[in-house]
Ligand binder design. Sequence first.
Ligand code: NAP
Length: 246
Amino acid sequence: MGFDVKGKVCLVTGANRGIGKAIVESLIAHGASKVYAAVRKPSSADELVKAHPGNVVAIECDVSKPATIDAAAIKASDVQLVVNNAGIFKAAEPFSEQMFKNYDDEVRTNVFGLLHMARAFGPVLKHNGGGAFAQLNSVGSLRSFPPFMSYCATKAAAYSFTQALREMWAEQGTQVLSVHPGPIKTDMGSDAGLDDIAEPASLVGEGLVAALKTGDFHLFPDTMAKQFGAAYENFATKIVTAKLMG
Ligand SMILES: NC(=O)c1ccc[n+]([C@@H]2O[C@H](COP(=O)([O-])OP(=O)(O)OC[C@H]3O[C@@H](n4cnc5c(N)ncnc54)[C@H](OP(=O)(O)O)[C@@H]3O)[C@@H](O)[C@H]2O)c1
């Protein structure tokens, strides 16, 4: 198994900035024939569309609004790789009223967003021969950090669903990739106060293309993430990706 992005039609949610934008740039650099920039406001992807005329097409897709996801799945019916990158992080004091509200918003985007994306695009990928689906999870999927505890809980849930998708979609030939970055230089990285240790978003884009090609399930793209990946490897191989039942 292995998915080469060369010549493929791809879709990236939250493509207008940060990691999503870097992923679009890597996909194009490695020969993707078309990338749908699936964004809340199509005009927010103008710069990307202008930079890659004919290769990047902006479409509306708000992952917290299932109707826009379903409409995007109809518009992008030729897609072979879906990257669900859109995500939110909101800072708050643990146990504050704000934290409870943030958790609600983060669940809607980071968890239900993935579920609705998978429900809408699974059949499209199957129809187009299987293809691949990548989900932006986090090192926070594996280890909670108290200042970001609501966000980490949503990324742990998303990782669990990503594992289920890997098994569910094996039969239809859809390769699934779970991406676990550490601190990355984006607006979210700054909001989390990680500027001093953050690494470039291009590491995630380039890592994603390479991991799809080798058919890996996990990707740990940056320095901190690689530390997690090395420590996690034994459990991942013997439990997460092992055939335990059936
Ligand atoms: N940066 C890090 O250190 C880091 C580390 C681990 C994992 N991650 C994960 O990587 C992904 C990208 O993060 P980032 O750092 O690039 O974040 P970012 O700089 O905050 O960008 C977030 C992107 O997601 C989009 N988005 C947010 N809510 C959306 C929704 N409901 N529907 C569609 N798009 C939506 C935003 O669009 P708008 O411009 O319209 O708001 C923006 O394009 C996220 O899933 C994040 O959890 C990030």
